[in-house]
Design a protein around this ligand. Structure first.
Ligand code: UDP
Ligand code: MG
Length: 307
């Protein structure tokens, strides 16, 4: 029996890109030796995306639709696509053709050779702009410093997993605050890296604002490292040593303690800054604990088609 490949595509307001994506993906998928399906996950689009997907699905059984009741975010969309795929290999990619479909045959080849996790690493990302590229590099440097998990830097939301790894993601990684790329890199198994050149977006614009990316980075650091929680110990030691130094200075200086209004105010501000920062960091961890504790669904499906 032929093996089945599932291509998971998250879709949020991509009316301008979908048909082009379909037209480019199908010829590539027709050529591979596996059976295939494309699972489009409509993440609460407010434009004509769902309509377009439905018309594609009506004419082609390979096209499957999972449609959310509202926008749940890219991470939720990717795991929903994986949840609904009973396949021997799953590829997650964007609908905007930034992730080239021409890479699919190479992915298939590697899956056949026994790779379980295939990280697609971008060599170039022209459309992201210098700030996003710099921020992305800095983020991977930081997270690799803080976390035990070694992240492939410049790993993208473009990756493939075997059916075996998909099973693990479906069963054991049900966190609400999610970072699928991180899980994929931390599950182990035989892992390989393929480089690709990210294309510019074919249509529409990026759904990730700088603010969203920042929150996402903070969440990821919190989810993959406990180190920030321990900063308090260092801050305490620092304040203690500083206190002792000032004490010794005050006791032994000839003129007694100098009258220093400015010193006191500056020191106060400085100390409170450290204190509040630490409280804020603890707050981030509590917020995530709270979200996990509430155990609300990662996504809610309103309807499916061809599934
Ligand atoms: N996306 C989604 N839900 C969201 C935001 C984005 O499903 O809330 C999809 C979007 O349609 C695209 C993919 O996730 O297929 C990546 O988004 P985008 O291309 O805007 O991000 P970028 O490539 O600029 O990082
Ligand atoms: Mg994109």
């Amino acid at each position: 029996m032929k093996k089945l490949l599932s291509v998971v595509v998250s879709v949020y307001n991509e009316e301008a890109a979908l048909e082009k994506f379909y037209r480019e993906a199908i010829p590539v998928l027709e050529k591979i030796s596996w059976d295939y399906q494309i699972v489009f996950v409509n993440d609460g689009s407010r434009d004509r995306s769902l309509e377009i997907l439905k018309s594609l699905a009506e004419n082609d059984d390979h096209v499957k639709i999972v449609s959310f009741s509202r926008n749940f975010g890219h991470e939720a969309a990717m795991i929903a696509g994986i949840d609904y795929s009973q396949a021997d290999g799953i590829i997650c990619m964007d609908a905007d053709l930034q992730h080239p479909v021409e890479c699919i045959p190479e992915i298939i080849k590697n899956l056949e050779e026994g790779a379980q996790v295939i990280n697609m690493v971008r060599t170039k990302n022209e459309s992201a702009g210098w700030f996003k590229n710099l921020a992305s590099t800095a983020f991977y440097k930081l997270i690799n410093m803080l976390s035990d998990v070694k992240f492939e830097s410049n790993a993208s939301d473009f990756f493939a997993v075997s059916g075996r790894v998909a099973q693990v993601l479906k069963k054991d990684y049900r966190e609400k605050i999610r970072f699928l790329r991180g899980y994929v890199q931390s599950v182990g198994f035989k892992k390989i890296v393929i480089e690709y050149e990210a294309h510019p977006r074919i249509a529409g614009e990026s759904k990730y604002s700088i603010r969203k990316l920042f929150q996402f980075s903070v969440n990821t650091i919190v989810c993959f490292s406990n180190l920030p929680l321990k900063l308090g110990v260092f801050a305490g030691l620092f304040a203690g040593v500083l206190g002792v130094l000032v004490l010794v200075y005050t006791l032994f200086t000839r003129n007694g303690a100098p009258s220093g209004y400015a010193t006191i105010v500056i020191l106060n501000c400085f100390m409170f800054a450290i204190l509040f920062l630490l409280v804020g960091i603890i707050g981030e961890y509590i917020a995530i604990l709270f979200a996990e504790l509430k155990d609300r669904p990662i996504y809610i499906v309103e309807e499916t088609q061809n599934l």
